[in-house]
Design a protein around this ligand. Structure first.
Ligand SMILES: [Fe+2]
Ligand SMILES: [Fe+2]
Length: 188
């Protein structure tokens, strides 16, 4: 089911009120003290932290290339390595969420089941941004002329910003929806 336009990843500013039922019982500042935190919950947050860090590094490297802090010869292999790892890890992560975790969590808390549909739709939106990321990175790596490369790098940096903003929105909303259900029902 597609979420209403107000719930799309590009426009959303927080987890919608209707999906905050379980979060109200298990607010974010109580998670770490929960007796079951050091299982699936902590693992989930660690995975998300790794995605945030990889995107931060990619942004910092790309700004470094533009302002001369990083040489093109060192930037290119870093971009290939980090970019491939980010995309591979993210696609695998989305797949297990869509196929395994979201259906199970929605079954445990049917009152917020539509929230998991929203997160599933986010993944599709993120896959569009990933495609753009891949073609932008290939353009950066493929340009040999200085002027053309600077232009490709500038465009890539803009796309990277949009990707990072929407990925962070998704990760935060997902944590607010998922973690309370995982902790409440001792999943994992
Ligand atoms: Fe997700
Ligand atoms: Fe996730």
């Amino acid at each position: 089911m597609d979420p209403s336009p107000a719930l799309t990843l590009a426009e959303r500013e927080t987890l919608p009120e209707e999906f905050r039922l379980i979060l109200a019982e298990h607010p974010r500042d109580s998670w770490a003290a929960h007796r079951d935190f050091n299982g699936l919950a902590a693992f989930w947050l660690e995975r998300h932290l790794a995605f945030r860090r990889m995107l931060e590094m990619l942004g910092s490297d790309t700004r470094g290339l533009l302002d001369g802090r990083i040489a093109a010869e060192s930037y290119a292999p870093r971009l290939s390595r980090l970019g491939s790892r980010l995309i591979g890890d993210l696609m695998g992560h989305h797949q297990i969420e869509d196929d395994v975790y979201f259906p199970e969590l929605a079954r445990l808390e049917p009152r917020i089941a539509r929230g998991f549909d929203m997160l599933d739709a986010d993944h599709h939106a993120l896959h569009g941004l990933i495609d753009r990321f891949v073609s932008g990175a290939n353009a950066v790596l493929g340009e040999t002329g200085e002027a053309a490369r600077r232009e490709a790098v500038g465009r890539f940096l803009g796309d990277l910003g949009a990707f990072e903003r929407q990925l962070i929105r998704h990760l935060e909303d997902e944590e607010d929806l998922v973690l309370p259900v995982v902790l409440k029902h001792r999943v994992g």
